[in-house]
Design a protein around this ligand. Structure first.
Ligand SMILES: Nc1nc2c(ncn2[C@@H]2O[C@H](COP(=O)(O)OP(=O)(O)O)[C@@H](O)[C@H]2O)c(=O)[nH]1
Ligand SMILES: [Mg+2]
Length: 337
């Protein structure tokens, strides 16, 4: 299953412009796949010379126009939220816009928590196992939401967090703020972007300043023309690359690689996933038939030139089912049948 990223925010914030920029105009019906830029993949491909190089991707979806309730419903189905705030044009007020949207999400979660509390409260009174602990977490969550705060700012033990996930809370979703700035204010984004950054610090959400319109124009240019235009605005790194990385980190994802002659590929994987789960990203059967993982690093593989060379030199680490895959691992999975 690909990671789903929803672009959300008020009308006119630049969501569709950002979507077009991220998908380089290749999206259809508001849905598109976006490559995650990764210099490690480029280095691996330069060393191995594979027939094919495949970056990791996320699926990005643009908000359809609709009511506030529809916007909440749309946000609910995604894995990561890109919250766009208008920082260009007349009287930008990104903080009010972001807080208004956050409040819609808070109210949605409050209603889910209250419904669940009714059910679990009865179960607790009937003496059902775990119901008391869940009631306790839900009651704390209700107080937090009643105060207008998102669940992401509540401190939760892992088991409490797991209990809350029963209600599919939308204010616990990983988020990234995008301050969509006037071109003239780049690269910093000026005062509106500074406000967004400050709110991000409070909400524990990474924030990125860019101009969606400029990025959409850049996406249509050839790489050397892009570089020249970026230099003119004093922006050195692709804003889209920064978004992709922020989404990756906010979503709790790591990247591991496979590197053979037919294909060098980056794979998205949840942080701390055991090796058989990581293998199942390649093929679902790999989880069941997992035998072992042969692991190295990007640097070692680049130095050696191939997995075979490392294997012959006895330099591949052998890891079993319990191994937690790390960001940047290069892996060959031994699979049985
Ligand atoms: N100056 C400027 N205008 C932008 C930028 N991004 C979007 N716009 C304009 O704002 C308007 C609304 O953009 P749109 O992407 O349709 O917003 P949406 O309603 O959030 O999807 C359009 O006229 C865009 O051209 C930007 O970064 N800078
Ligand atoms: Mg739109």
């Amino acid at each position: 299953m690909p990671v789903n990223v929803a672009i959300v925010g008020p009308a006119g914030a630049g969501k569709t412009t950002l979507f077009d920029a991220m998908t380089a105009g290749r999206g259809a019906d508001g849905v598109g796949m976006v490559d995650i830029p990764d210099e490690r993949l480029t280095r691996l491909a330069d060393a191995v010379h594979p027939a094919k190089t495949t970056p990791a991707q996320v699926r990005v979806e643009d908000s359809p126009p609709g009511s506030r309730a529809q916007r909440v419903a749309f946000a609910r189905q995604s894995d990561v939220l890109l919250k766009v705030a208008r920082c260009f044009g007349p009287d930008p007020n990104p903080i009010v816009e972001l807080e208004e949207f956050a409040l819609d999400l808070v109210l949605a979660d409050l209603s889910s928590v209250e419904k669940r509390l009714e059910v679990v409260g009865k179960e607790a009174r009937a003496g059902k196992k775990d119901a008391a602990a869940e009631t306790e977490v839900l009651t704390a969550a209700k107080a937090h939401l009643d105060a207008g705060k998102q669940l992401r700012t509540m401190s939760l033990e892992p088991d409490q967090r797991a209990m809350l996930l029963n209600i599919f809370p939308v204010t616990l979703k990983p988020s990234v703020y995008v301050a969509n700035c006037a071109e003239e204010l780049l690269p910093s984004g000026g005062e509106p972007a500074a406000k967004v950054r400050k709110l991000g610090d409070i909400d524990v959400v990474p924030s990125i300043a860019l101009s969606a319109r400029l990025e959409a124009e850049l996406a249509e240019l050839k790489p050397d023309e892009q570089a020249e235009m970026r230099a003119g605005y004093g922006i050195d790194e692709a804003g889209l690359g920064r978004i992709a990385r922020a989404v990756w980190e906010a979503g709790g994802l790591i990247t591991y690689f496979t590197a053979g002659e037919p294909e060098v590929r980056a794979w998205p994987c949840e942080k701390d996933a055991p090796a058989p789960i990581a293998a199942s990203k390649i093929h679902t059967d790999f989880e069941k038939h997992f035998i072992r993982a042969e692991v190295t690093s990007v640097d070692e593989l680049v130095a050696a030139g191939s997995m075979e060379a490392l294997r012959a030199a006895g330099k591949l680490r052998i890891e079993g089912r319990e191994y937690r895959v790390k960001d940047g691992d290069v892996i060959f999975f031994r699979i049985g049948r």
